[in-house]
Ligand binder design. Sequence first.
Ligand SMILES: Nc1ncnc2c1ncn2[C@@H]1O[C@H](COP(=O)(O)OP(=O)(O)OP(=O)(O)O)[C@@H](O)[C@H]1O
Length: 301
Amino acid sequence: MPATQASVAPASELEVDFAHASTVLAVDALSVTYGSGESAHRAVDSATFRIAHGERVALVGESGSGKTTLALAIAGFLLGDAVTIDYAGLELGGEPLRRGSVKGLPQKTPGITMVFQDAMTSLDPVWTIGSQLAAVLRGAEGLRRSQVRERSEHWLRMVGLHDTERVLGARPYELSGGMRQRAMLAIALCSRPRLLIADEPTSALDASLAREIMDLMVDLTEDFGTSVLVVSHDIHLCQEYADRILVMLGGVIVDDVPAAEAAARATHPYTKGLIECVPTLESAGLDELPTLAGLREAGAW
Ligand SMILES: Nc1ncnc2c1ncn2[C@@H]1O[C@H](COP(=O)(O)OP(=O)(O)OP(=O)(O)O)[C@@H](O)[C@H]1O
């Protein structure tokens, strides 16, 4: 189904009671430390949160606050001796996930897929979109060769790529940025994951393309009941598209608020600062827009 602006209800209009929906992801006291000894740096400190079935949760905060590290640890992409992951609990659909200092290549975690800011870094530059989609479809649906083409075309049309012949035969660099993000969403969602983790999925796109891709992600994940953890530095976009916002500061989750009432329900001054610093029609009349640096220097937190 192609995305349209009108087809997406703002988060505030959705009447879904996530508090009573079943939990898809449960994270308890998860910490991540890079390095060891004197050079050890705790990038995530005791993160605890839940994501319900079909819920969209945004993880926001400034650069370096630990958002990507937390997302990568949950997805299973943080590996090696140089990183230590500790947790009291980490479950997907009630099943424990094992994370630690595992050597080797990242292993796919069944039920979780991750998309990144720039599709060029997550799509293989040598393989065509058709081969990359087919590889996932064969694994996920156990399709015969003859069925793969039909399902691939179906998935490309789902993400609004209707020139299926050309897209299937194209390598990622032969498509525009927006087309690549659409193809990446098709590849990420065709295995019907329980949880999609999207790390800054639109920050490499212009504002109108960013909205198209967010609309598409919302439409598709709502249709499939897929839960979403979206990493973003843009609290304004998250207020519109997410159900709940987790705010990270210096590796710690300092706030967990419903997106539609973020301003009213924020408890931490940093969250209030993030919201205050978004330019609005009201703030257009101010001589000077507040900045996070200014609020920090003034001792707001
Ligand atoms: N591989 C690594 N080795 C050592 N330190 C790292 C590594 N990756 C990230 N860090 C550090 O961990 C902290 C958190 O980084 P992270 O990328 O998770 O933050 P972020 O909030 O996602 O930032 P951004 O929005 O810029 O991506 C930062 O201080 C960063 O320098």
